[in-house]
Design a protein around this ligand. Structure first.
Ligand SMILES: [Fe+2]
Length: 565
């Protein structure tokens, strides 16, 4: 404190009697400015390395879900960690310094201090970008949704205000989710004698009852039956699903924590013996077809900046969409492409996972977006591009991720044909006086890893090769990340933006790095491919992405083709 250095919790926890002298020596001549400096373990380890005063501490990086591109994700508060990776010039500076540091110990400390200041400035910049997006917004030059010829309307894009969240916000958030999904389930006629849990608990007689509740716990009993603890706004009750009822038991096997379900059965004291489980699910609906000959193209996971980015193939795609290659039939087709969706991970990002810098060819986030913009600007301007952030983009990781904004994407904002939306978002395309258009639900897919790992049915039927199974699973639950731990999220007390209240015509995602196409009750499910070859980590764990594939939909026939580049 005396020296204006505020130690983070991870530093305090790890500095002890054994390494205190190393710590002191690493910090001895670090010169700081007048303002207080927040020292976390990652910065300290960089300083100690820089000054060749090694200190044995571990940056507090929590590794969570493994993305399909198989990079461990940093999920602690560290969107902040993201920025601590110095820009390329500094990196070079560090290398030079290390070579000469013995002779120039004093100047090394000064450079260390300068670097810290730089980190601090950038750290603050990122925090601002995260928490005060609106303040830093650079207005878009043109809004393509205002051009009726483009036929693109944003039905939902999250723009909730940035503010501190409290425990009550989580409670309100879950209540809103419960109410929204309950409303859907109330349409189910199978829920006879629907009662609140407290009324069932006070019942003396046994009779057929139904409840709508949120799954708090799921366990297997000694007799191999499934035991659920269900909660609604009035109380909690145990529900037994007997293995002798195979139809119900099969559904119960895939029930996950925190999902909202309907249950019908008979009560006995404070237990319900279920004979029906109802998921909110999607009801069958008509397959809409456009009266116009129009095409939509779906991209995701471009990962510009990664040394595995397949630039040549991506430029080939750009050539193709400009009608400069392919058969005559394909050239005609490209003239009718009206929409390109990019569902997250436009760039590889910086500091997304430990030692990512070794796998980056562009180590500066601004530069990554600049190269991305340059390539995207070559897509004909008559085509409207609708894009959202993914977990590699310069945005907070918590969902809903706001629209990309600020200095990072300044050049992108200048393009006249880009529609920025949040992740998730709902967009309508192709509507005119005679046709309502198609509603497209966009979601990058960060929660998918959890369901692939934790739902037996998905894991045993293809796992990472079957994004469509995850998409169907989520549609049945009417939520993009029903389990609390499946994704990071902002608890919004006004509504849960990840509830799928409105049934889309298309559900489109990315993240899995492998194309998958399916149809569920006339909803077209599309998982985008990627433009990144197999990374070291993916190779290690045996994941096999399929890059450079492009799903293209004929909106007049709803036929989907996948092109390979
Ligand atoms: Fe990705």
């Amino acid at each position: 404190m005396e020296r204006g250095i505020l130690l983070s919790e991870d530093v305090i926890e790890q500095i002890n009697y054994d390494n205190y002298s190393d710590f002191e020596s690493a910090m001895t001549d670090v010169k700081l400015g007048e303002e207080q400096f927040f020292l976390d373990a990652l910065t300290l380890s960089k300083i100690s390395k820089l000054k060749q005063k090694p200190i044995n501490i571990q940056p507090n990086i929590q590794i969570s879900a493994i993305e399909i591109n198989n990079q461990p994700q940093i999920v602690s508060q560290q969107s902040t960690a993201l920025i601590l990776e110095p820009p390329l010039e500094d990196k070079q500076g560090i290398e030079t310094l290390n070579q000469e540091s013995e002779q120039e110990a004093e100047s090394s400390a000064e450079i260390a201090a300068a670097l810290i200041e730089k980190y601090e400035v950038k750290l603050t910049a990122l925090q601002d970008q995260d928490s005060q997006t609106s303040k830093q917004n650079i207005p878009q030059i043109q809004d393509p949704t205002q051009d009726p010829l483009r036929k693109v309307k944003v039905l939902f894009s999250y723009c909730g205000e940035s503010k501190k969240r409290y425990v009550e916000d989580f409670v309100a958030h879950f209540n809103k989710r419960y109410e929204a999904i309950k409303k859907i389930l109330l349409n189910r006629q199978e829920l006879v004698n629907l009662l609140s849990i407290n009324k069932i608990l006070n019942k003396k007689e046994k009779e057929n009852v139904s409840i709508i509740g949120i799954v708090m716990e799921k366990n297997i009993t000694k007799a191999k039956n499934i035991l659920l603890k269900i909660e609604d706004t009035t109380g909690q009750i145990s529900v037994v699903i007997n293995k002798t009822k195979p139809d119900v038991f099969e559904i119960a096997k895939n029930i996950i924590e925190d999902e909202v379900i309907g249950l019908a059965g008979f009560n006995d004291k404070d237990v319900i013996f279920a004979n029906k489980i109802l998921l909110p699910d999607i009801y069958p609906r008509e397959l809409k077809k456009s009266p116009n000959q129009e095409y939509a193209v779906f991209l995701s996971d471009i990962h510009v900046g990664s040394r595995f980015f397949l630039e040549e193939k991506f430029l080939k795609f750009i050539e193709w969409i400009n009608g400069n290659m392919g058969s005559d039939e394909q050239k005609t087709l490209t003239k009718n492409i009206k929409y390109v969706f990019i569902i997250g991970d436009l760039v590889d990002g910086v500091g997304i996972y430990p030692e990512q810098d070794k796998e980056l060819i562009i180590k500066d986030i601004y530069q990554q977006y600049s190269v991305f913009t340059e390539m995207i600007s070559k897509i004909p301007k008559e085509i409207t591009i609708i894009l959202c952030a993914g977990n590699h983009d310069a945005s907070r990781l918590s969902e809903p991720q706001p629209i990309l904004s600020g200095e990072f994407v300044k050049q992108l904002l200048e393009l006249p044909n880009i529609v920025f939306v949040s992740n998730p978002a709902m967009v309508n395309i192709g509507a005119d006086d005679t046709f309502p258009g198609f509603d497209i639900l966009m979601y990058h897919g960060y929660s998918f890893d959890y369901y692939i790992s934790n739902v037996d049915y998905i894991r045993n039927n293809g796992g990472y090769d079957r994004a469509d199974l995850v998409m169907k699973f989520l549609l049945q639950r009417r939520h993009l990340a029903p389990t609390h731990t499946s994704s990071l999220y902002i608890p919004d007390s006004a509504s849960d933006p990840l509830v799928i209240s409105h049934i889309p015509d298309f559900f489109v995602t990315g993240h899995i790095h492998k194309t998958s196409i399916a149809n569920y009750h006339h909803i077209t499910l599309i998982s985008g491919s990627c433009w990144q070859s197999t990374t070291t980590f993916q190779e290690k764990v045996g994941h096999k992405p399929e890059p450079a594939r492009v799903p293209i939909v004929n909106l007049q026939t709803r036929e989907v083709k996948v092109l390979r580049f």
